[in-house]
Write a protein that binds this ligand. Sequence first.
Ligand SMILES: Nc1nc2c(c(=O)[nH]1)N[C@H]1C(S)=C(S)[C@@H](COP(=O)(O)OP(=O)(O)OC[C@H]3O[C@@H](n4cnc5c(=O)[nH]c(N)nc54)[C@H](O)[C@@H]3O)O[C@H]1N2
Ligand SMILES: Nc1nc2c(c(=O)[nH]1)N[C@H]1C(S)=C(S)[C@@H](COP(=O)(O)OP(=O)(O)OC[C@H]3O[C@@H](n4cnc5c(=O)[nH]c(N)nc54)[C@H](O)[C@@H]3O)O[C@H]1N2
Ligand code: SF4
Ligand SMILES: [Mo]
Length: 653
Amino acid sequence: MEVLGACPLDCPDACSWVVTVRDGVAVRLRGNKEHPVTRGALCVKVNRYLEQVDSPERIRYPMRRVGRKGEGRFERISWDEALEEISQRLTGVIAEHGGEAIWPFHGTGSLGYLQGQEGYAGRRFFNVLGASLHKVTICSIAGNAGLKYTLGTSGGMDPEDFAKSRLILLWGTNPMTSGHHLWKFIQDSGAYTVSIDPVRTKTSDRCDEHLAPLPGTDAALALGLLNVIVSMGAEDLAYLAEHTVGWPEFRERIAEYTPERVAEITGLPVERIVALGERIARTRPTAIRASQGMQRHAGGGMALRVLACLPGVTGDWAIPGGGLHYSTSGHFRLDNAELLRMDLLPQPVRTLSMTRMGEALLATDDPPVKALFVIAANPVGSNPDQARVIEGLAREDLFTVVMEHFATDTVDYADIVLPATMQPEHLDVLAGYGHLYLVWNDPAVAPPGECLSTTETFRRLARHMGLTEPALYDSDEELANQLLKGHDLDRLRSEGFLKVDPQPVPSGKLQFVSERAERAGHEPLPSYTPPADPGDGLVLISAASHYFLNSTFGANPELRRRAGDSRITIHPDDATALDLADGTPVLVSNERGSFEAVAEVSDRVRPGVAATTKGRWVKFNKGATVNATIAERDADYDGGAVFHDNRVRITVR
Ligand SMILES: Nc1nc2c(c(=O)[nH]1)N[C@H]1C(S)=C(S)[C@@H](COP(=O)(O)OP(=O)(O)OC[C@H]3O[C@@H](n4cnc5c(=O)[nH]c(N)nc54)[C@H](O)[C@@H]3O)O[C@H]1N2
Ligand SMILES: Nc1nc2c(c(=O)[nH]1)N[C@H]1C(S)=C(S)[C@@H](COP(=O)(O)OP(=O)(O)OC[C@H]3O[C@@H](n4cnc5c(=O)[nH]c(N)nc54)[C@H](O)[C@@H]3O)O[C@H]1N2
Ligand code: SF4
Ligand SMILES: [Mo]
């Protein structure tokens, strides 16, 4: 039997897959050949996903902590005991501190609308309890906000249209690692390709040209390219007049960013800036792929805002194969409100920011956080300011439930661990953020041990607590129907995927001058916001690892072997200045914390920059990873995270 499913991981490609089942056992997993983006291929991480599903390390039963927090010692308990203990603790917390003392910490481990983050699985239950809201600031929020100020939507181009582009700027993005299916469309286009990245990545290697600006200076670079374009008189006057607001003001702003000034800010040669500006000026359509990486900076939201203006000046937004693609999420008209049911909240409640976890857990707020549910997240490994997150999670008076597949660093701090189903074992539906397809996932096999889906876990908990709200007991099928109202569900189910119609971009006139930004307290005109880490040393970028997906697979023996030890890449000039050689064991530190790594001396990074990857586990890395050095600071818009705006010192161990 073959069952259609979908990869649940936090990756733009949301692959459609086919599970072959024999005698109730999943024996084969492959990419769906019919899906126009998956095209039959998965990736190096997920090709052997069935081994991950069958892993002997998988959590199969509910557990209760027996050791100290952080020790990771647990005993097996029954579901009844687990539900009873959770019910009692939650009831106690609500009686003493109110529902807001409960924090449902939803992570991006699964992007499923039923079981994972996009539908904030379990939110209905938490609404009935009056729990705090959770804002997912960890990933893409600043860029989304910046795009919305300019375009009215964050949706952007249909990525399949890259096949029609003549010039493609791969700007702060590494698709060969973090979503490789886009490359097919880029290849099909035959376009001239430019990688703009402080690091020479696997993607840069495939491009015709590579520019390595200083991190966090992209808005200045974009303004400099526009300066060249406008000096040539290559702006599209008809498009500007008909489809934009505030061109005269923006034109003046552009004039301030001469190639000379921009060269100083970005650390790029003037000639390269001029040459790229001229190339853009004479090539239609030009497309930009920018992704989350380049907005993990103090000025991340502003950077995306300026980038979205570029195709407004050249008129590329009006040409198929022109424009910008960041995330397609804005195009899906799903009835998330119907799923979330915020109307079930008894009164308005506070919102807690995902990337301010250390601060929130250690604060003396009223009410303090007294109960924490971690759902498909691994904050110990993946949040900023690791030491403070750990200190917060170690609080004896904090009741922590972690729903997981594996004994992550975060599980070690749980009071109760609940075994969760994996994708071949539950029903779910996903929407790609690198394409325009809804993707369906039917359960293929029975869960191992006593694993339960997120939805079923909350149904049972609600029943155990005697909650009477009928919406808490809707089945997965009912939830899917509510979410997908207006979509052809039968077709989605039978084919495994369904393309949605993109919304127009920009949604109205493109706003060079944004009143919405001004109302939110930001500059009305796009500008350049410099990096903000006040520290000294090199700027450390910790981007996606080729072999892990965030911290998922961080304990997978084969993928860990392929990823190798924790490394930090440094330019030969910086290595000489620091008296380091290739292979030197180093300590990487700043005022927030430190971690150990091995130096790799290579001109893959530009001078002034160091690079490592995210996703390693604390327990396999001597108690700290790169996230020990990252600040719980906010980016400019909406509280986004600043993972790559991070200065560190590197010393020999
Ligand atoms: N240094 C640095 N740190 C970063 C970043 C960076 O660029 N640099 N990037 C950040 C970004 S963009 C992100 S999105 C975060 C993500 O960081 P993480 O929270 O580490 O995300 P994942 O590893 O995707 O998933 C977390 C957990 O969810 C579990 N999980 C998966 N599916 C399910 C399910 O259906 N049910 C349950 N209960 N659990 C499930 C997985 O087993 C996994 O342990 O990391 C951030 N951290
Ligand atoms: N294999 C793999 N795939 C993944 C993930 C993973 O962990 N592993 N993570 C997934 C998740 S959660 C997300 S959000 C996406 C993220 O995917 P990406 O958006 O690709 O994010 P990053 O890997 O953080 O950064 C991408 C590139 O931006 C560069 N960069 C950093 N700062 C700057 C800057 O200031 N300017 C410019 N121009 N470039 C800069 C980095 O060097 C890096 O090469 O990928 C998803 N896919
Ligand atoms: S991680 Fe991305 S590329 Fe790999 S199977 Fe999942 S969706 Fe596809
Ligand atoms: Mo992410």
